[in-house]
Design a protein around this ligand. Sequence first.
Ligand SMILES: C[S@@+](CC[C@H](N)C(=O)[O-])C[C@H]1O[C@@H](n2cnc3c(N)ncnc32)[C@H](O)[C@@H]1O
Length: 192
Amino acid sequence: MDSLTNTWGIWELPDGPADRKVELDMGCGKGRFTTTLAHRYPDRLVLCNDVMSDRLRIVEKRGIREGLANLRVLRAASLALVSYQLPPDSIDRMHLLCPDPWPKKHHLARRLVCTDFLCRVPRILKRGGVFHLSTDYVPYFEDWLRMFAQLPHLYEPFPEGVADVADIKTDFELLWNSKGTPVQHIAFRLKG
Ligand SMILES: C[S@@+](CC[C@H](N)C(=O)[O-])C[C@H]1O[C@@H](n2cnc3c(N)ncnc32)[C@H](O)[C@@H]1O
């Protein structure tokens, strides 16, 4: 696990083929989605981040046990990763799956997805890169639709960009589904 801190500065992507695709699973939790993705695309570099070390250790151990040489586990806050820790134009596809919805009114400011965040994402996403989000919390989902609709110069809907991973469920998606709650997914493409 690499712990990224402000003082460490910009983290460099490890050596690899220049055209290697890079996927990022933000707020990966215990990493069910991340590790399945890394198995599915051994030729891609799969990054995942979270702020909770215990969850990341589970992902890391699983990656080692399953021989996932293309997986890198980062202890980092998603906003910092997007804002300055990852190199510009470095990510082909990023996934933000079941982020904390912070449903209480006095916690709304803690939500990650806001217009400010959506305007920072293009720094790390390559042109044509895909941003995939999911949530079980309908008001958060509706907010996303409103926010993306206000940024047509940056993003366009691109559901086909995640068709190949539609079968992979995260731990939280499985949990919600087991309680009868659906999880909705959306995907956008960064305009060139
Ligand atoms: C509801 S869980 C979802 C985990 C996983 N994506 C899934 O669907 O199973 C949200 C995750 O986001 C992480 N998280 C919360 N705030 C974060 C932040 N600022 N940066 C990175 N991860 C964060 C939490 O630690 C938690 O693991």
